[in-house]
Ligand binder design. Structure first.
Ligand code: R5P
Length: 310
């Protein structure tokens, strides 16, 4: 078994490599002067099972293309099988036609990855579970919830805790953390008047005097979470903590969070955002490396991955 990294999140790849005590394959990824990407694998990988680690994070198009070219290079170098480890699966938010005449990017990206030659996918907290069905190859969707539960048990000592889904689509995720912590659930009724804008219409459940833990898969502009936190405080919440797997954090998201009602935002390193958040006192990054590393080990040894979440 060998590990290869793309350029999107080398810090995470190095941590996974350290966890597995398995060095990264020697490769070069360069660009021609017009921006085209050029990949070269500098060692023999014939007959090896290869795990290529690459998030489809910003710049999403470049990182996606890098992933596709890496898979193609591996296939043409006679790798025995190729697992695309995509900690952050970008383009997943468009997983159906919400209005007429739009694309379903999650399906197109799934087709591209399969067509390039991947035999299996490992990812973390897919935006929606049904994206697994867009692939005709096995998909292991890992969950950050146990990492968040460990953190919450250690850091949030107050009673009266409740998990909050920031929109109806996030209910299952918030319920899963609530179940692990043995606490109840509230749901924010969110509306998107236009892409990138969000409004809180209502809150389902009583949050008065409660320590609220908002759980989401992605924080992008920060609008969803910041508005949800404000609405919770206005309805009497005592404190608001937030757990989000993928810290996309585009534009002025970090500034918004710094100035918001959020006591603490916990994200993971599926996206390399250490530099972005290092000056924000209320943002903490937890590593997903051991979880992804353990999943890779289990896939390699043909043992159960789902047992990791029992
Ligand atoms: C939406 O369905 C997702 O789960 C996130 O809530 C959303 O992508 C967050 O976006 P933003 O931070 O821009 O509001």
């Amino acid at each position: 078994m060998k590990l290869l990294t793309g350029n999107s999140n080398k810090n995470l790849s190095q941590k996974i490599s350290k966890f597995l005590k398995n060095r990264l394959v020697n490769s070069s990824i360069r660009k021609f002067s017009d921006g085209e990407i050029y990949i070269e694998i500098n060692e023999n990988i014939r007959g090896n099972s290869i795990f290529i680690i690459q998030s489809v994070s910003s710049p999403a198009n470049d990182n996606l293309m890098e992933l596709l070219l890496c898979i193609d290079a591996l296939k043409r170098s006679s790798a025995k099988n190729i697992t695309a480890v995509i900690p952050y699966f970008g383009y997943a938010r468009q997983d159906r036609k919400v209005v007429p005449r739009t694309s379903i990017s999650a399906k197109l990206v799934s087709n591209l990855i399969t067509k390039a030659g991947a035999d299996r996918i490992v990812t973390v907290d897919l935006h929606s579970g049904q994206i697994q069905g867009f692939f005709d190859i096995p998909v292991d969707n890992l969950f950050a919830t146990p990492i968040f539960a460990r953190h919450a048990r250690k850091k949030i000592k107050k009673k009266n805790v409740i998990c909050v889904a920031p929109d109806v689509g996030g209910t299952a995720r918030a319920r899963a953390l609530g179940k692990m912590l043995n606490v109840g659930l509230a749901i924010v009724d969110k509306r998107r008047p236009s892409p990138g804008k969000s409004e809180v219409m209502n809150i389902i459940g009583n949050v008065k005097g409660k320590v609220c833990l908002i759980v989401d898969d992605i924080i992008d502009s920060g609008g969803t979470i910041v508005n949800a936190a404000k609405a919770l405080v206005e309805r009497g919440a005592q404190e608001v903590h937030v757990y989000v797997t993928h810290g996309v954090l585009s534009g002025d998201a970090v500034e918004k969070i710094k100035k918001s009602k959020i006591k603490n935002l916990v994200i993971t390193d599926t996206i390399d955002n250490v530099n972005k958040v290092k000056k924000a006192k209320n943002i903490e990054v937890l590593t997903i490396s051991n979880l992804v590393g353990e999943a890779i080990k289990r896939i390699s040894n043909s043992t159960s991955v789902s047992d990791l979440f029992k």
